[in-house]
Design a protein around this ligand. Structure first.
Ligand SMILES: Cc1cc2nc3c(=O)[nH]c(=O)nc-3n(C[C@H](O)[C@H](O)[C@H](O)COP(=O)(O)OP(=O)(O)OC[C@H]3O[C@@H](n4cnc5c(N)ncnc54)[C@H](O)[C@@H]3O)c2cc1C
Length: 462
């Protein structure tokens, strides 16, 4: 492709900014990143409180975040944040120890022995029966193929045929049961459901395992995790500052028209002409949102195939509240509440996060889901109150809520559409209308999968 082509990128989150970085690395410098908000980072949002930054969005990474590592290298920064740690409580607020940690406990506890056996078996199955399960993105999976880049620092291109991969379209619960390893859900659920990615009876195993491949999940178990002192937003602020063309903030895109091989973007009332466009902003939002975000099909001259495919996308209603406590009610550490990670406990507090060890004068954040595929959505205000009531039960009541948001979170499709080849149909549309689709839905809703997808998109098409 001609290196001088004019490329518009919609969205200044991890996907859009890293698309800019990888384009630049390949010699494309004629790109513009449009960001609707007055800041970059998207769901990596780290506001300030008392001279420090707390996390309203993304918090952590793992050592296999190779694309995030590319960004760190590009900017000369590193993951220098506070070490994460956590404990567990039941729904009554009692501290519990769900995983016996000492050998003595394992011998006494047959459940733990069974769990260890299933974990080992699961690791082996993923390596053999499901070879190729962990490459970034979903190309070929529904047809029993893998096609992508290995999760290694060198990201070697790998592809092959493996009909077993079709099982990944099944909900993760069914997938585990079918493979005789139902207990491993107890390990995967912590960094999945409480992190807002939905329930195991509704979400295809492909999403669970591409994000929480075996190694990544073990990094969570061992708390071998990265954080950033200035917050995850800092990564993307730094990237933005190092790009040749930093994002154009406060860009309201009124309209995008694609005709005669050109892309016309009406931004803040003025028409600009481009050759190609990369969309990292939401493709489809099934309802009206209070924050005014819209799916691209609403402001693009969307074609029938775009409308048809993108209307299958749903997302999680994931709510975050940031609160202060009285010093004597401050949690001594972050807590997971496994009891509340089941669909029957929709709307309840699943995890709360204390970021710094050294001071009680800091912000604590809470996390709850309020939509499950088969139940009625819980209204925002109701969920907000439920979480605050739960905090009282946990003996850490909120004194004051200082920030909150309901996130457009983890866009995805469900089993039927996944199995019917949704991803291969969308991949076949890449470039068709001089338009490329990237961002969370194309891989998975975490910083690294989205940045990595942008890397691959640039590698494949530019
Ligand atoms: C509470 C929470 C916890 C999380 N924890 C983690 C974690 O620990 N680790 C991790 O890796 N990930 C985590 N994530 C997920 C991670 O933040 C996202 O997956 C990642 O930010 C997605 O990047 P993106 O660029 O695809 O989308 P986004 O981050 O959503 O960025 C999209 C950008 O597009 C902009 N935009 C939208 N519409 C338009 C428009 N019409 N015109 C112009 N711009 C537009 C938005 O304002 C936004 O800046 C978390 C997210 C949340 C909310």
């Amino acid at each position: 492709m001609d290196k001088n082509i004019r490329i518009a990128i919609i969205g200044g989150g991890p996907a859009g900014l890293s698309a800019g970085m990888y384009l630049e690395k390949k010699g494309y410098e004629n790109y513009v990143i449009f960001e609707r908000q007055d800041r970059v980072g998207g769901k990596c949002w780290s506001p300030h409180y008392n001279g420090r930054r707390y996390e309203m969005g993304a918090i952590m990474g793992v050592p296999s975040y190779y694309a995030v590592h590319d960004v760190e290298e590009f900017c000369g920064i590193t993951h220098d944040g506070p070490k994460l740690n956590r404990n567990y409580k039941n729904a009554n607020g009692d501290v519990i120890e769900p995983f016996a940690r000492t050998l003595g406990n394992i011998i006494k506890n047959p459940w733990m022995l069974k769990m260890k056996g299933q974990l080992k078996k699961f690791g082996e199955l993923l390596e053999t029966k499901y070879k190729g399960y962990d490459v970034n993105g979903h190309r070929g999976v529904a047809e029993g193929r893998y096609d992508g880049y290995a999760v290694t620092p060198g990201r070697e291109k790998i592809e092959g045929v493996n009909p077993n991969l079709k099982d990944l379209a099944l909900p993760f619960k069914k997938f585990c049961e079918m493979n005789g390893v139902p207990l491993v859900q107890k390990i995967w659920i912590g960094p999945f459901t409480s992190f807002g990615y939905g329930y195991f009876d509704e979400i295809p195993a492909a999403y669970v395992l591409k994000y929480l491949d075996y190694q990544t999940c073990m990094n969570f178990v061992k708390v071998n995790l990265w954080t950033w002192k200035e917050g995850t937003q800092y990564i993307w602020e730094q990237l933005n500052a190092h790009l040749k063309n930093p994002a154009r903030l406060n860009s309201t895109i009124d309209k995008v028209e694609r005709k005669d091989g050109k892309v016309y973007v009406t931004v803040n009332g003025k028409v600009e002409e481009y050759d190609k466009i990369i969309v990292t902003a939401p493709l489809y939002i099934p309802n009206k949102r209070a924050d005014g975000q819209k799916g691209m099909v609403e402001y693009f001259d969307a074609r029938a195939d775009e409308l048809e495919l993108f209307s299958k996308i749903d997302y999680e209603r994931y709510d975050v509240q940031a609160f202060l406590t009285d010093p004597d009610k401050h949690p001594e550490i972050s807590y997971y509440v496994f009891d509340n990670m089941e669909p029957e406990k929709l709307g309840h507090l699943m995890v709360y996060y204390r970021r710094w060890k050294d001071t009680v004068d800091q912000v604590i954040t809470t996390y709850a889901l309020r939509k499950h595929k088969n139940s009625k959505e819980i209204p925002y205000e109701e969920c907000r109150q439920m979480v605050q009531d739960d905090l009282k039960i946990m003996h850490n009541p909120a004194k004051e809520v200082i920030n909150e948001w309901s996130v457009y979170y983890f866009p995805h499709v469900f089993t039927e559409d996944y199995a019917a080849g949704w991803y291969d149909k969308v991949e076949a549309m890449q470039g068709k209308y001089d338009t490329y689709y990237a961002g969370e839905v194309m891989s998975f809703g975490d910083m690294d999968e989205t940045a990595e997808y942008s890397r691959e998109l640039v590698e494949r098409f530019f």
